[in-house]
Write a protein that binds this ligand. Structure first.
Ligand code: C2E
Ligand code: MG
Ligand code: MG
Ligand code: MG
Length: 298
């Protein structure tokens, strides 16, 4: 069949004729098209970031936010990150895209600070492939320096996959990032294959429980047990827990009763554009002043 035909071509490298099935052709074509368009969008600065608040369960204040990329393609409309990030990840394009994202986000943090806003920790998704590039630490450090932002304003969301791959080297890189005061969280926790012994060794501060476990809370007793166990495990290891994809009051109350530290999800906020997130930050600042004057008045 077409698939074996292509594989054998790859093996001996001699055959000039490559047969794709119809589906493969369209998939391959779509990937090539997207690759081209990502390059173009990078050159034209067509991407933008949105920021989804992470709310502290005890104080209900915004104590963090996740930066998420958005792409309104001039011809094709909105292309979701789940569609184009995997394409970028298949080539070196992801390295360019990640440097671009880091630059945008850290620049934004510095701009908010210049406006006098109290900026919480902002997290950025870094695919595990990025850890093979060798200059991730210097790239992050250079960008922080460029915009004069301190490391502890930044969090890096890694995937569980990283806990399994190139373990020694990855631990070294994460330790370098920690030396810069950068926070590390493990994204989509529970969906991958992280080994518990690696988890103990890994210098990460936060576990983010994947949305798929949150969705059916508290109806699914199995998910209840899993979520409860993850929270206990994290706390035993001295890590904080964020639940992602929290959409309802019931989910929030349940997670709160289990001692979950932070909540990210539509229940509080959808990912916000820069302006709406600034307004949110402004409110935090305003609250702070209100508290201070109250304290003084007492
Ligand atoms: P993720 O890192 O797990 O991000 C969380 C996703 O869940 C985001 O989708 C967010 O909008 C969505 N979400 C948050 N709360 C809720 C909720 O209450 N309900 C529902 N239905 N969804 C919720 P998004 O922005 O479409 O991103 C999808 C994935 O694409 C991300 O998953 C991440 O893996 C990747 N991604 C997004 N932005 C970036 C980026 O800047 N760089 C990289 N490398 N990957 C990114
Ligand atoms: Mg994430
Ligand atoms: Mg996530
Ligand atoms: Mg997720």
């Amino acid at each position: 069949n077409a698939q074996t035909a292509m594989l054998s071509v790859k093996k001996n490298g001699k055959n000039n004729f490559i047969y794709f099935s119809h589906e493969m052709t369209t998939k391959a074509q779509k990937r090539l098209y997207l690759e081209q368009e990502i390059r173009l969008a990078l050159a034209n600065d067509d991407f933008h970031m949105v920021y989804q608040p992470k709310v502290d369960v005890k104080t209900q204040r915004v104590t963090g936010a996740e930066a998420l990329i958005r792409w309104h393609h001039p011809k094709n409309g909105v292309i979701p990150p789940n569609e184009f990030i995997p394409v970028a990840e298949q080539s070196d394009l992801i390295l360019k895209l990640d440097s671009y994202i880091l630059d945008k986000v850290i620049n934004q943090i510095s701009q908010w600070q210049e406006e006098g806003l109290e900026v919480p920790v902002i997290s950025v998704n870094i695919p595990s492939r990025e850890f093979q590039r060798g200059d991730l630490v210097s790239c992050v450090q250079g960008t922080l320096r460029k915009y004069q932002v301190v490391g502890n304003k930044l969090e890096i969301e890694i995937t569980e996959r990283l806990l399994m791959e190139r373990c020694e080297e990855n631990i070294k890189i994460l330790n370098h990032l920690k030396d810069l005061d950068i926070h590390i969280s493990v994204d989509d926790f529970g969906t991958g294959y992280s080994s518990l012994s690696y988890l103990v060794q890994f210098p990460c501060d936060v576990l983010k429980i994947d949305k798929s476990f949150i969705d059916q809370l508290p109806q699914s007793k199995d998910n209840c047990k899993i979520v409860e166990a993850i929270i206990m495990l994290a706390h035993k290891l001295g890590k904080r827990v964020v639940a992602e994809g929290v959409e309802t009051e019931v989910q929030y109350q349940y997670l709160s009763s289990l001692g979950c530290d932070q909540i990210q999800g539509y229940y509080f906020d959808k990912p916000l554009n820069i302006k709406d997130f600034s307004i949110k930050l402004d409110k935090i600042k305003f609250k702070d002043f209100a508290n201070i004057s109250q304290i003084k008045a007492c």
